[in-house]
Design a protein around this ligand. Structure first.
Ligand code: IPE
Ligand code: IPE
Ligand code: MG
Length: 246
C-alpha cells in the first residue's frame, strides 16, 4: 500500500458532500436518514482532516440552488444544521477549530443566522483547522456580489479601477484570507461543480469518488489524498519531471 507523503498534504481540501439521498433510497430509508448519517460522516472527516494535518477543510452543505427541493427536505436540512451547531460547537471550539461560514445569510431563518454568527465569533481566534461551511452558497452570486462591491468602491472614489487585479478581486470574495483549495473532492459519482468555488477552484485537482457521502470517512479521505499526490500539477508550465518548477 502506498503511503501519504507528508510534504504533499494539501493545505486546503474542499468537499462536495453528495449522495445522501441515494444512500438512503438504496436502503429503503427516507432521504432524511441519509442526511442524518451525512452529518456523522462530516464529523469523521473533520477529525481525519485534523489528524492528517490539513489546515483548511471546506464543505458544501447547502447550495443556493438547494431551495428548489421540497420544503420538507429544506426544513430537515436546516434542522440538521441547527442540531450540528448546538451539539458540536463547544467541542469544535475546544479542539481549537476555527469556523468560517461562506454564502449568503439573507433568506435564512434568524435563529440559523444567529447560530452561524455565534460559531464564527466564538472560534475566531482559534489556530487549529479552519473549517469552512458553505451554507446557502453559490459561486456566481459570490462573484457578482464582489463585482458590485468593487463597483461601489470605485463610484465612491475609494478605489482606482487600475488597482483591480486578481488579488484585489479575491479579497472581495467570501473566502478572503483562505488559500485556494488544492484538492476538490465530490462523492457519489457526479462530475460537476454545481456552482461551488468557481473562482477558487481554477487550478484545483479534482477527485470524484463513487461512494455516497454517508459512507465517507478517514479511509476515503486518505484515498483521495493519494490520488492527489500522484497528480502532476503543471499550472500551465512543464512537468517537474522534465525540468518544470513545481
Ligand atoms: C447531498 O446529498 C446533500 C445536499 C445536497 C444538501 P443529496 O441530497 O444531494 O443526495 P442525492 O444527490 O440526492 O443522492
Ligand atoms: C451540490 O449537490 C450541493 C451540495 C452538496 C450542498 P446537489 O446534489 O445539490 O447538486 P446537483 O443538483 O446534483 O448538481
Ligand atoms: Mg445530490
Amino acid at each position: 500500500m502506498t503511503s501519504l507523503i507528508p510534504d504533499l498534504i494539501p493545505k486546503h481540501v474542499a468537499i462536495i458532500m453528495d449522495g445522501n439521498g441515494r444512500w438512503a433510497s438504496q436502503r429503503g430509508l427516507p432521504r432524511f436518514e441519509g442526511h442524518r448519517r451525512g452529518v456523522e460522516a462530516l464529523r469523521r472527516t473533520i477529525r481525519a482532516a485534523e489528524e492528517l494535518g490539513i489546515r483548511y477543510l471546506t464543505v458544501y452543505s447547502f447550495s443556493s440552488e438547494n431551495w428548489k427541493r421540497p420544503a420538507a427536505e429544506v426544513s430537515d436540512l436546516m434542522g440538521l444544521l441547527r442540531r450540528f451547531i448546538r451539539n458540536d460547537l463547544a467541542e469544535l471550539h475546544a479542539r481549537n477549530i476555527r469556523i468560517r461560514v461562506i454564502g449568503v445569510k439573507e433568506g435564512l431563518a434568524p435563529d440559523i443566522v444567529a447560530l452561524l454568527d455565534e460559531s464564527e465569533h466564538l472560534t475566531q481566534s482559534n489556530t487549529g483547522l479552519t473549517f469552512v461551511v458553505a451554507f446557502n452558497y453559490g459561486a456566481r452570486r459570490e462573484i457578482t456580489d464582489a463585482a458590485r462591491l468593487i463597483a461601489e468602491a470605485v463610484k465612491a472614489g475609494q478605489l482606482d479601477p487600475q488597482a483591480i487585479d486578481e488579488k484585489l478581486f479575491a479579497s472581495y470574495l467570501n473566502t478572503d484570507g483562505i488559500p485556494d483549495p488544492e484538492l476538490v473532492i465530490r462523492t457519489s459519482g457526479e462530475q460537476r461543480l454545481s456552482n461551488f468555488l468557481l473562482w477558487q477552484a481554477s487550478y484545483s485537482e479534482f477527485v470524484f469518488t463513487a461512494g455516497h457521502w454517508p459512507d465517507f470517512g478517514r479511509e476515503s479521505l486518505v484515498e483521495a489524498l493519494l490520488h492527489y499526490q500522484s497528480r502532476d500539477r503543471r499550472f500551465g508550465g512543464l512537468s517537474s519531471a522534465i525540468g518544470g518548477v513545481r
